[in-house]
Design a protein around this ligand. Structure first.
Ligand code: AMP
Ligand code: MG
Length: 417
């Protein structure tokens, strides 16, 4: 464990910066072993376990990028029109089989193979033709409007690297190579449960003092989007024996265990004692708002993330720490660059220097420059503003108050929430 490991008895764990905590997590993780072959469609969202190699050139043959005429550039007069005899037509999928001789041209469609002898395509729009002859204006460039064999991908080249998470364009690229199946990492298995005596599951009326569990649904959504196999283990009481059973079961069944609630400083010390007995878990106070307490470590053979209980803090810590950890374990490399850029803040924001704050924002195109406004109330239990937001406004540790019109960094949700 990193030097930040807190013993079961220490009451004041050291505070960690966001970057430091991310590093401490990511440097310990390596991808799960185990892979399978899947068909192209089933590769969507999956992570390639080996390079996809081009089995031939793409495109396979030199072909025309335009509708027009295939000609021999040497036949064209440099400063005057040239008239050539049209000796046939080349269609995509139905090539012209003859040879283009001196003084000859072949009508050609986009995607058709370049007939032997021709080296240049003249676009139809600039020519005149009576069907038997075609007149070409001067100023044509040798080799123009050709797509060369292997221009997209050369035979034997890496079409897609291992570690790439397949999106729609990747499926198309794999199919364009005539490849029907690819090797992908097995999906990550993630078990999660909520903790708290006040947490009730949907489907029954609330008893006094109870609230409905939202974290399991947020986590279900975020994990499913990431392509994880999810194992929802329900709500667990703040009871040592119940928690021990849940942690043992979860860590036996999954690669990663996520819990929410019960990790605050001073709260439920038995969770710390328990996690440290079952594994090796550090309790971190992170310089972040919302989401200050978080636990990370191993329980049995699984990685454990003990997230805070507050519904917004769950999403903030998930997005800042857990998502890249899960991608790393799933075999993704390199990790995608975080989509952070600057926008003009539409309103003042109060902030004390010290912690990195993640505020829920709404980004819009603005006039000339993107603008961002706060998306409603910012309490760490207020999920509605999270649902209405499309980005985080990220205020760095050292930053104080923000005035309206100042630039602030924003981090797009990128489909997470
Ligand atoms: P805790 O970290 O357990 O002290 O929880 C912090 C706050 O988040 C408390 O107000 C809890 O009631 C609330 N909370 C904890 N878990 C959940 C959950 N699964 N769904 C909704 N709210 C929760
Ligand atoms: Mg609790």
């Amino acid at each position: 464990m990193p030097a930040t490991t807190a013993s079961a008895t220490s009451s004041r764990p050291p505070a960690l910066g966001v970057a430091e905590a991310r590093r401490a997590i990511l440097e310990r993780l390596s991808p799960v072993t185990g892979w399978e072959r899947v068909t192209v469609r089933n590769a969507l969202g999956r992570v390639l376990a080996e390079d996809v190699i081009a089995p031939y050139n793409v495109p396979a043959h030199d072909n025309s990028a335009m509708d027009g005429y295939a000609v021999r550039h040497a036949d064209l007069a440099p400063g005057a029109e040239t008239t050539l005899a049209v000796v046939g037509t080349a269609f995509a999928g139905r090539p012209f089989s003859g040879l283009v001789g001196a003084g000859q041209a072949v009508r050609i469609m986009t995607g058709a193979s370049i007939p032997q002898g021709a080296d240049t395509i003249v676009v139809q729009e600039v020519t005149r033709s009576d069907g038997e002859r075609v007149t070409i204006p001067p100023g044509q460039r040798a080799g123009q409007n050709l797509r060369r064999a292997g221009e997209d991908l050369a035979l034997g080249g890496v079409a897609l690297p291992a570690g790439k998470r397949c999106g729609p364009a990747d499926l198309g690229l794999i199919a364009s190579l005539g490849i029907a199946e690819v090797a992908v990492h097995r999906p990550l298995r993630v078990a999660f449960f909520s903790t708290g005596d006040e947490i009730a599951s949907i489907g029954k009326p609330l008893a006094p003092g109870e609230i409905y569990d939202s974290n399991r649904y947020t986590l279900f959504g975020a994990l499913t989007r990431l392509g994880c196999e999810v194992l929802d283990m329900g709500v667990v009481r703040d009871d040592p024996a119940a928690l021990e059973t849940a942690l043992r079961d979860a860590s036996a069944a999954a690669d990663v265990v996520l819990t929410s609630g019960g990790v605050s400083v001073g709260e439920a010390d038995f969770i710390r004692e328990l996690m440290n007995r079952l594994g090796e878990v550090a309790f971190w106070k992170i310089d972040i708002k919302p989401g200050r307490p978080m636990a990370f470590g191993r329980v049995g053979d699984a990685w454990l993330f003990g997230l805070p209980g507050n519904p917004v803090a769950v999403l903030v810590t998930f997005y800042q720490f857990v998502q890249d950890a899960l991608l790393t374990l799933s075999g993704v490399r390199p990790l995608p660059e975080p989509a952070i850029f600057e926008a003009v803040c539409a309103e003042p924001i109060r902030k004390q220097p010290g912690r990195r704050e993640f505020l829920r924002g709404r980004l819009s195109a603005g006039e000339g420059e993107p603008r961002v406004a706060l998306a409603g109330a910012q309490g760490s239990g207020v999920l509605r503003s999270m649902a209405e937001a499309n980005c985080f406004i990220v205020l760095p540790e050292s930053r104080g108050d923000v005035a309206a019109g100042e630039r602030v960094p924003v981090q797009m949700f990128d489909g997470l929430v």
